[in-house]
Design a protein around this ligand. Sequence first.
Ligand SMILES: *Cc1c(COP(=O)(O)O)cnc(C)c1O
Length: 399
Amino acid sequence: MVQRFEKPFTQQEPIPETAIERACEILRSGRLHRYNVANGEVSEAALLEEEYAAWQGSQYCLAITSGGQALQIALRAAGMTAGTKVLANAYTLAPVPGAIHAAGGIPVLVEIDENWHTDIDDLRANAEASGARYFLLSHMRGHIADMDAIVAICDELEITLIEDCAHTMGAQWKGTRSGNFGRVACFSTQTYKHINSGEGGLLTTNDSELASRAVVISGSYMNYAAHGAIPSEDVFQQTRLQSPNCSARLDNLRAMLIRAQLPLLEDNVRRWNERYSVLQSGLSSVTGLRLPDRQHHEEFVGSSIQFQANGLGPHVIPEFVEACANRGVEIKWFGADEPYGFTSRFDSWTYLDDIPQLPKTREVLATTCDLRIPLTFSKNDCQEIAAIIGEECERRIGS
Ligand SMILES: *Cc1c(COP(=O)(O)O)cnc(C)c1O
């Protein structure tokens, strides 16, 4: 029996040595601001935009300060104005309703199903009832819903689809990269996502007008031509004076950190999935836990794993989570009434005018448990973690 797991769930891998050396060069140069370049030099931020656009397979890319800022800028650049209703799946992280609110919009929360996917029927019902013409879809914890159905509804009802790919950078659905289904996609390079620059965000699109607006909104002043992966000057001529400056530029130091990690992403996806699969097979044999089969269309990135502790009553789950924590296994429970850590549930966003009941989402989240899978864990560590969870769960069945 494993007594206690000792490694921290928040320990990331080190930044590659070559990037640390390059960071010193950038720091010594003092040229941290993306428009502060020597004559003829292309900034790290612009190079990142070109490289990420090429990797993602999108025409345009904008580097920004955070994933949350990417969402806000995407909404504004897609034409959202104050008072606009925006559909959003209710299982998401607080920056999503926050971005809609900051851009003056009104979130219309949509139910999820038992696999943490957007409930397609509820999406249609809410779209029809509210008349909302924007859908900010977060692929929360990397679970990708039926994109054929979502794209079809969005086309039929003339809804602009914005993808929040904070947990799906590097994932695919039916062979298409997550982020290439909607009009615009947003990514985060915050420490706990798939690339670690501390804070950072990326926005991708094939829409030239949207791209030009996004660049100006990000705070380009009239330096937009210094960006990488942007539309031509004539597009900017139409939009440059019509877009507010919301100051969210990425600096060269962080841009370089992202550039240094992008070539590692594909291999890291493979490493995450190896660890995920050890945890998945360990946990799926535990009585009392439900791990949904993932759709075979989904090539996900297993940087975290979710399960439902539905063999334990809701009154037993807090004790189970605590017992795991005492043995070094940090489980986030989405059923807690008080938000803690990074976890938050839709009913804690009380600044929203009216929060719907969403009984289905509430029921699913009441038993939803979530584990980070840092790459500093070995496959053996994942086995130990599954064993601890299994013991603590099974000894509480029927209590
Ligand atoms: C992390 C996250 C964001 C925002 O990213 P930041 O870079 O932290 O602003 C948005 N959506 C989801 C689902 C996230 O998990």
